[in-house]
Design a protein around this ligand. Structure first.
Ligand code: F0G
Length: 394
């Protein structure tokens, strides 16, 4: 393990979450076994890749996360969607949560805590429930999509709502972790969580080989790094022979990383009051910014910003052309992909995977923003309306 801030190096330990010396973000260097071979693996989902996941797990908490569908596009044979909405709580967070909660239990923790824009909360609540752990969620008051809040309530978490953005909630959890010691943090500054999320790369590589590009919506910035890390490990072991370009997408009103990449700067300018319809990625001060910039730069990728309007149009397009229901943050990947093609950053004939990080059902208010054909009718007039429309269109 190595600290990205001060360079401190340590042996692998599940006790270590942030740097014991400076409190910085830690990386876990993983060398997968030289005989690693997809054809020898068993089971499906995250734990299928157990040989590539470091750590000891004498207790595992799993709800069959991962193994999500890779759906081919109906309008391009080069385009695929990794539909993470098919995870048990409807987002990719479950992949990291199975590892983090199992790690916490194996290390003897009884209390877990997470800040969240919503999906981490829902996922953490489910896995904590299954692991019989006490959970406190620190959420930005009034800024969490309804479906996610409802999930957290259903799974029985204690919800502590704070005034301000996700960034306030995040710094509260960091402080709690550092000062209290007894609480185990489930946010993505915990590098063990990312070990679960990297299995997105393993699944893609196993199913279709390594694509040219992977497009990922970026918020707190852990996932783009985790997926890149998975591809790097496979290549270093000789299982695959290349790494895809990692393309990060942020909403215009919450885009410190995309702006830094576009300006060629290595340190982002944080955003004080982030705003976007994609509440999952309404984040101004991404805790994993260093990891994300590393993944994007080292993969020779890129980063884009998209407007709220572009996000909602992409969400509608996914639903109405592909039959895929994705929440706004996830639709940002399609909006970003389209923009990248327009700008000549990506080619239409490059094999590209868009990560659809969360299910549309997470955010009913966003779905209701789509133009609807809802007509209040007398039941006797229904036939007339339909026949009238069929006549008009024939
Ligand atoms: N997409 C969705 C649906 C998310 O919920 C998130 C993050 C992201 C993308 C961005 O991933 O943070 O690794 O860059 N949601 C977090 C949460 C912040 O609290 O649920 P990231």
């Amino acid at each position: 393990m190595k600290c990205l801030e001060c360079g401190y190096e340590s042996e692998l330990s599940q006790r270590i979450i942030t740097c014991p010396k400076c409190g910085g973000i830690m990386e876990i260097k993983v060398k997968i076994p030289s005989n690693f071979n997809f054809s020898m693996l068993r089971g499906r989902g995250v734990w299928r890749y157990r040989d590539a996941i470091p750590g000891n797990y004498n207790k595992t908490v799993s709800i069959s996360e991962g193994g999500t569908p890779l759906v081919s596009s109906s309008f391009s044979s080069y385009l695929f969607y990794k539909f993470e909405g098919a995870n048990p709580t409807g987002s990719f967070k479950d992949r990291g949560m199975t590892i983090a909660i199992s790690s916490a239990l194996s290390e003897g923790y009884k209390v877990v805590v997470a800040a969240s824009t919503g999906n981490t909360a829902a996922s953490a609540a489910a896995y904590a429930a299954r692991g019989k752990m006490r959970i406190y969620l620190v959420l930005p008051s009034g800024k969490v999509a309804l479906g996610k809040l409802a999930q957290s309530i259903l799974y029985g978490a204690t919800i502590l709502e704070v005034n301000g953005s996700f960034d306030v909630a995040m710094s509260t959890v960091l402080r709690l972790y550092k000062e209290l010691g007894v609480v185990y943090p489930l946010n993505s500054f915990n590098p063990w969580r990312l070990e679960g999320q990297k299995t997105i790369a393993y699944e893609i590589a196993e199913e279709i080989g390594v694509p040219d590009n992977v497009v990922v919506p970026v918020g707190n910035a852990g996932n783009v790094y985790a997926i890149w890390k998975g591809f790097v490990e496979l290549m270093e072991a000789g299982v695959t022979s290349k790494i895809p370009k990692m393309i990060g997408v942020q909403a215009e009103g919450a885009s410190p990383i995309a702006r830094a990449i576009q300006k060629g700067e290595s340190i982002p300018e944080f955003v004080d009051s982030p705003e976007t319809v994609a509440t999952a990625i309404r984040i101004g001060k991404p805790v994993n910014w260093k990891k994300a910039i590393k993944a994007i730069v080292e993969s020779r990728g890129n980063a884009l910003t998209v407007s709220d309007n572009e996000i909602l149009e992409a969400q509608k397009k996914l639903a109405r052309l592909e039959g895929l229901g994705a929440e706004p943050a996830s639709a940002a990947s399609l909006a970003g992909y389209q923009k990248a093609i327009e700008k000549g950053i990506l080619g239409k004939d490059e094999k590209t995977v868009l990560i659809l990080t969360g299910h549309a059902l997470k955010d009913p208010d966003a779905m209701l923003k789509s133009d609807a054909r809802r007509i209040l009718v007398n039941p006797d007039h229904v036939d007339k309306i339909i026949l009238g429309e069929l006549d008009a269109s024939s």
